[in-house]
Design a protein around this ligand. Sequence first.
Ligand code: IPM
Ligand code: MN
Length: 346
Amino acid sequence: SRSINLAVIPGDGIGQEVVAEGLKVLSAVLPQDVKLETKEYDFGAKRYHATGETLTDADVDALKQHDAILLGAIGDPSVPSGVLERGFLLKLRFLFDHHVNLRPSKLLPGVETPLKGEPAIDFVVVREGTEGPYTGNGGTIRKGTPHEVATEVSVNTAFGVERVVRDAFARAQARPRKKLTLVHKNNVLSFAGHLWTNVFNQVAEEFPEVTTDYIHVDAATIYLVTDPARFDVIVTDNLFGDIITDLAAAVSGGIGVAASGNINPSGEFPSMFEPVHGSAPDIAGQGKADPTATVLSVALLLRHLGYEAEAARIDEAVSVDLAERTGKPARSTSEIGDALAVRVAG
Ligand code: IPM
Ligand code: MN
C-alpha cells in the first residue's frame, strides 16, 4: 500500500499556524489507502536560542529519511539577520541539492491584483537553487575601514545550469503553451551570461516543440507588470529568480497565495515545500495569516510525489474558495483551512 513519510517543520511565527492548516487539508485529500506518517521538527528561533544550533548533522540525517518536507517559515527578529537564512534554509537547499526552485504564479478569478484590467497570469518560474551568488563564495578585506573591499562571486557551472535548464524545458514541453523564457543579464554579466545562453540554446535543440525567448532581467520586471501574459515558463539564476518571484507574487494575488517547492528532481534527497512568505511575527498567534500559500505548497508536494489527482483537487478547492471571498468578512486561519479541508474531501 502507498504511504507518505513527511517531515513537518512549522518553524517560527505564523509558520506554526499555516502548517497546521496545510496538514489538515493534506489529511483530508488523501485516499484511505494512503498512510500518512508525520514527524515534527522544532527548527527555528526557539531552538537556536535554547541550543545555539540551527541544523545539526544528526538533524540532516533524520530529515533524509523522509519522502518530503513541509516547511512553514523560519525567521525571527530576535535572531541576527542571516543566521537562520544561511544556517537553516540555504543549508538545507544546498545539502539536499534542491536545484529546482519552483514558483508558480497564477492569478485566480476574484483575486485582487495591483495591475490594470484583468491580466492573464499563469506562469512558472524555475529558479536555480544551488548556485549563483548564493554559494557564499566571497570575502572581505580591510573590513570596517573606509577601504573595505567585499566580493560575492556568482558561481555558475555547466552541470548546474544544464540540469536546471533541461528541467525547465521539460516543464514547458508539458504545458499547453510550450514556451520557455530565459531571464538573465547577458549584456553585462557576460561570463555567466554566455554560459546560460549557450546551454539554453543547446538544450533547446532537444525540445523543438518549445518556443524560446530571452529577456534581460531588468526588462523582465517591466513585462511582469505590463504584459505578464507573455510568460509561460521562466528559467533563471538564483538571485534573479529570488527577486522576480517576489514581483510575480505581488502581481498575482500577493504572498498570501504564493507557493514554492525546493525540488531535488532525482529523488536522491527529499524535496521541501514552503509558502514564499516569511514568519510575519507582527501577526503571529492571532489567527490572521492566510494558510492558502501553504495549502498550495502541499499541492506541489503531492504532485512531486505522484499524487496528481489529489494535487488537482487542492488547486480546484483553493480556486473556488478564493472566488467566493469577495464581499465576505475575513475568516481566521483555521476557518480557511477547515473550509478547504471540507472542499477537498467532498
Ligand atoms: C526566498 C527567501 C530566501 C532566499 C532567503 C530567506 C534566504 O527570500 O525563499 O525567496 O533568498 O532564497
Ligand atoms: Mn525571496
